[in-house]
Design a protein around this ligand. Structure first.
Ligand SMILES: [Zn+2]
Length: 453
């Protein structure tokens, strides 16, 4: 069999791998490359394989960099099934619907490409087959897949693929994205079962995170600091997972009286809808604390929170001159409502910007993290004067220690490990660490590189 790496190889985004077995072709994830804005031009380039020749697709989780090109895949001729867990389908539908809107907006404002439209998304959703965790499923002759909980976002998985390779059984594990340790609202990442080959993400392969336990105190301190000087705190939030973890943390802090009950806005239709799905699929969650004993009994809602679903409702925020918290998408500041709030508050030294997620290269978020003093928002220059704080403890990704635990798995080391999803120096450092600590063979594939397994 042959494995080719089409994306998430020389960058963090655009996850896409192709496994060719004697009986067919299996695609693992089909994500969008993300750059300065939501869709960079690289997403208009051909896939590098013929979509109509693929026999099955499996999807590890709903994030855009793992699902964003699926509608285009179907548009360009793929006509098989697409397998994923039930929450992944729900979240993916929301994520991709939102992307249709953002692409249309970016096309209008900046001439960016529109890779697919609503009808393409609809056609793709018709092909989805949902499979719960631990149901071994034959995707075509000689290949079974099984989803395990990756603890990264609601419904996220790593996938075991068992291939009958001319009479010899070979097992591969595709990590998708591996979750952080001790996530307060998710189950732990499952122990990796035995495999011949492990394809592992390395986003934070060279880093050790702050422990999850520091997220609430750090958040509380920054909220009090910015509010204390009458500022506005903007939190660009990834709508899926990070927002729900943030709401959960704020709910806990408010219940314990550790932050004042000031106005907070959740200004993201995607995040509001995603939060509904978190409630709907609560069986897939695992909470550190029981639901609030308060009136609502809800993990993600509190009286001072206003959800602004429509554009009209969102305008209320502009008229609110009180100190406040605004949670808005998107997380890397490449589009969405957060940009309007940034345009208003980023030059205000009383205000604050709290980053709680990974900022990919070339994104506005990364530029600010790198210390840019002036940024452009929709073509207009703005001075950066608001105070910046990054809290890594909210990361949805495992750090070096966690990823090493994943690779170590149940103790039986794989023949080879392939590192994907990480910037070059990060993957190099993680590879060195894995070779030294586990004595395992590690490869760092290049784009379009094929391995005979
Ligand atoms: Zn992810």
């Amino acid at each position: 069999m042959r494995l080719t790496f089409y994306g998430a190889v020389e960058s963090v985004t655009g996850s896409c791998f192709l496994l060719e077995t004697p009986k067919g072709k299996l695609l693992i994830d089909c994500g969008m490359h993300q750059g300065e804005r939501m869709c960079s031009k690289v997403n208009l380039e051909p896939f590098g394989f013929q979509p109509e020749h693929i026999d099955a697709v499996i999807v590890t989780h709903a994030h855009f960099d793992h699902t964003g090109r699926l509608p285009d895949l179907v548009k360009q001729g793929y006509n098989g099934k697409i397998f994923m867990t039930p929450p992944t389908k729900g979240l993916m539908e929301l994520v991709l619907e939102d992307s249709v809107h953002v692409m249309a907006e970016n096309a209008k404002k900046c001439g960016d490409p529109v890779v697919y439209e609503k009808q393409d998304l609809h056609n793709m959703l018709e092909a989805v087959v949902t499979v719960p965790y631990h149901h071994v499923t034959a995707v075509f002759e000689g290949v079974t897949v099984e989803f395990f909980d990756a603890g990264h976002i609601l419904g996220s998985s790593f996938v075991r693929v068992v291939v009958d390779d001319a009479g010899e059984s070979k097992t591969l594990i595709f990590s998708g994205d591996i979750g952080n340790d001790d996530v307060p609202i998710l189950p732990d990442t499952e122990v990796r079962p035995a495999a011949d080959y492990v394809i592992c993400e390395a986003t934070y392969g060279a880093k050790e995170h702050e422990k999850a336990a520091v997220r609430e105190p750090m958040l509380a301190n920054f909220v009090k600091k910015v509010i204390g000087r009458n500022g506005t705190l903007i939190i660009p939030a990834f709508s899926v997972e990070r927002t729900q973890e943030l709401l959960f943390a704020l709910d806990q802090l408010l219940q314990r009286g550790e932050i004042p009950s000031i106005p907070m806005y959740l200004d993201s239709p995607l995040a509001i809808r995603a939060t509904e799905l978190y409630r709907f699929f609560s069986d897939y969650l695992s909470f550190d604390h029981p639901a609030a004993p308060g009136k609502d009994g809800d993990w993600f809602r509190f009286p001072s929170l206003t959800e602004t679903l429509t554009v009209d409702a969102s305008k209320v925020i502009n008229d609110d001159n009180r100190p406040k918290v605004i949670i808005a998408g998107n997380g890397m500041m490449t589009g969405g409502r957060v940009l309007h709030h940034m345009a208003r508050y980023i030059s205000d030294a009383k205000s604050g910007l709290l980053i709680i997620g990974y900022q990919a290269d070339h994104t506005l978020g990364r530029k600010i993290q790198n210390g840019a003093t002036q940024i452009n928002i929709y073509g207009e220059p703005h001075q950066v004067r608001a105070e910046l704080l990054t809290i890594d403890a909210f990361s949805a990704h495992g750090d070096q220690k966690k990823l090493t635990t994943f690779v170590r798995g149940n103790g039986a080391l794989p023949k080879q490990v392939f590192l994907v999803h990480g910037e070059g120096p990060t993957k190099d450092a993680f590879a060195t660490h894995l070779r030294a600590s586990l004595g395992v063979e590690v490869q760092i594939p290049h784009v379009m590189q094929t391995y005979e397994l």
